[in-house]
Design a protein around this ligand. Structure first.
Ligand SMILES: NC(=O)c1ccc[n+]([C@@H]2O[C@H](COP(=O)([O-])OP(=O)(O)OC[C@H]3O[C@@H](n4cnc5c(N)ncnc54)[C@H](OP(=O)(O)O)[C@@H]3O)[C@@H](O)[C@H]2O)c1
Length: 274
């Protein structure tokens, strides 16, 4: 193929024919990313704890392409084993792993429970490490030097700056996302020789179940604190995923990409501690 054809958007950003797993794909950003991949020709498995949410999501996603859903808990070893088996049986090889399932806990310092801190770290960091390790053989089968397999970790701008919404401190969440960003870099260095890249997306505020409460109470403040004065749109998450998963992103490795309208580099307008 001559060079100029390689530059066409349809070729450069294609994910058609790829196989993808999206953890936490039954709602919010995970559901959006699964839909974006399906609409662009990838086959997708989604996983989350609730059977009911998986069934509902699958009903919607099946309209767009080849999709399967499994109700498992990523923090549970036997759940991860079932998931790896499904990937192996359905796809045989995995081109794109999106570690998106996440948890949060907000409480004042004096009330912040050890169990809440542990749950957030377990979901947002430990499970990502274990699942990625266990899926490396499947990722390796789909990988080549020209078209590496991709691990995309969903971090957060809160792993870059100290969250501005200080009225509801989320100590474990920001610590877990900073850890996830650095885990991304260590894994990227470690498995690059297997032709697997590892990157993280650090979203700002997007509408989801996780942000329901905060949007209800503080949406105006959040918009005021974003240099672009708005929250993110679904297609802006799909766009970065398609970039990282396609040939356009094949040489991008070990990065953390903020998609936050500039919020993480902005001081913000108000003193949230007041
Ligand atoms: N929305 C934002 O503004 C924003 C900003 C920055 C980063 N993020 C990150 O984006 C990711 C998705 O969050 P979201 O905002 O879309 O929230 P969400 O709508 O609450 O989605 C979270 C998803 O993860 C699943 N999940 C949670 N714990 C799980 C577990 N232990 N095992 C398997 N699945 C699990 C949930 O389904 P079940 O309840 O069925 O398990 C759900 O599908 C998270 O990592 C979050 O930290 C979001």
């Amino acid at each position: 193929m001559p060079d100029s054809e390689n530059y066409a958007v349809e070729q450069l950003f294609s994910v058609a024919g790829k196989t993808a797993l999206v953890t936490g794909g039954s709602s919010g950003l995970g559901l959006i990313m699964a839909k974006g991949l399906l609409l662009n020709g990838a086959s997708v498995i989604i996983a989350s704890r609730s059977q009911e949410k998986c069934d509902l999501a699958l009903k919607e996603l099946e309209q767009y392409g080849d999709c399967a859903a499994i109700a498992i808990d990523v923090t549970d070893e036997s759940g991860r084993e079932k998931l790896v088996n499904l990937v192996d049986q359905k796809f045989g090889k995995l081109s794109i792993l999106i570690n998106n399932a996440g948890a949060n806990w907000g409480a004042a310092l004096e009330d912040y429970p050890d169990s809440g801190f542990a749950k957030v770290m377990d979901t947002n960091v430990n499970a990502v490490f274990s699942l990625t390790r266990d899926l490396v053989p499947c990722l390796e089968k789909a990988a080549s030097a020209d078209d590496p397999s991709r691990v995309i970790n969903i971090g957060s701008m809160d792993g870059i700056h100290v969250p501005i919404v200080q009225r509801v401190p989320t100590f474990a969440y920001s610590a877990s996302k900073a850890a996830l960003h650095h885990l991304t870099r260590s894994l990227a260095v470690d498995i690059a020789h297997k032709h697997i890249t590892v990157n993280a997306i650090a979203p700002g505020f997007f509408e989801s179940r996780m942000t329901d409460y905060i949007f209800e109470h503080y949406k105006q403040d959040i918009e005021d604190d974003c240099p672009l004065h708005r929250v993110g749109k679904p297609e802006e998450i799909v766009g970065i995923v398609i970039y990282l998963a396609s040939r356009a992103g094949a040489y991008t490795n070990g990065t953390v990409i903020p998609v936050d309208g500039g919020t993480s580099i902005s001081k913000g307008k108000r003193d949230w501690t007041q």
